[in-house]
Design a protein around this ligand. Structure first.
Ligand code: DX5
Ligand code: ZN
Length: 215
């Protein structure tokens, strides 16, 4: 069970300090948005390069961008330890995943709430993680979509069938109230933005989430 706090809910003027506050987490989740794939704009490669230099934990890049075939591999090349692209935006997801892996990063495919998993099951051998979105991508602090749990279970079942070690990440509205149902459905990597950065004690919030997920 791994916790990946999203810095989307952090103070963007103090990112180094904000990364230090989540030093007990397994990953730092960095949301890259291009104002095209999603109706919001955050940060890009130069900022991720700087974060990689100071982060106490590996960086889990969630790319909510158009044309990931072109723009995702540079994040892996820069040293991001995990790179997630949205399959809805990818022209050749299998090739893209292989390229990300060739740069030494973990390759991960994200599915928006309306995107089914079944058409992409054959990609599993190319992947290290599948991200099942539990909100519409674009903003932090939205309500958790419990109706995505069957999809998590479906991915878990497919991973079991295929063998191999593919992690399943959930992202959006994950909190102390919702994390247990995610773990029950089969998720093992949990992104939490507002639940960690909105807490008075981020380390305590991370510890609580990890404990609830592991029950
Ligand atoms: C939403 C982002 C999430 C977001 C989660 O598009 O991908 O990573 O930061 O924030 P919370 O945990 O507040 O829903
Ligand atoms: Zn995210």
């Amino acid at each position: 069970m791994q916790i990946s706090p999203s810095i989307l809910s952090a103070d963007f003027a103090n990112l180094q300090t904000e990364l230090d506050t989540i030093a007990t987490a397994d990953w730092a989740h960095v949301d890259v948005m291009d104002a095209h794939f999603v109706p919001n704009l955050t940060l890009g490669l130069p900022v991720v390069e700087s974060l990689l230099r100071v982060s106490p934990v590996p960086i889990d890049c969630h790319l909510m961008i158009e044309d990931p075939d072109r723009w995702a591999p540079p994040y892996a090349e820069a040293g991001a330890q995990s790179v997630t692209f949205h399959v809805e935006a990818a022209a050749d997801p299998a090739r893209l995943a292989r390229e990300i892996r060739a740069q030494g990063a973990r390759a991960s495919m994200a599915l928006k709430p309306g995107t089914p998993f079944a058409p992409y099951e054959e990609l599993l051998p190319e992947l290290d993680m599948v991200l099942v979105m539990t909100v519409e991508p674009g903003f932090g602090g939205q309500a958790f979509m419990a109706d995505q749990m069957p999809k998590v279970a479906q991915v878990r079942e497919a991973v079991r069938r295929h063998g191999g070690e593919v992690w399943i990440q959930v992202d959006g509205g994950v909190s102390a109230r919702t994390i247990e149902q995610c773990a029950e459905a089969g998720a093992d990597v949990f992104v939490a933005g507002s639940a960690v950065y909105g807490a008075e004690d981020a380390a305590a919030a991370i510890g609580e989430l990890r404990e609830l997920a592991g029950r």
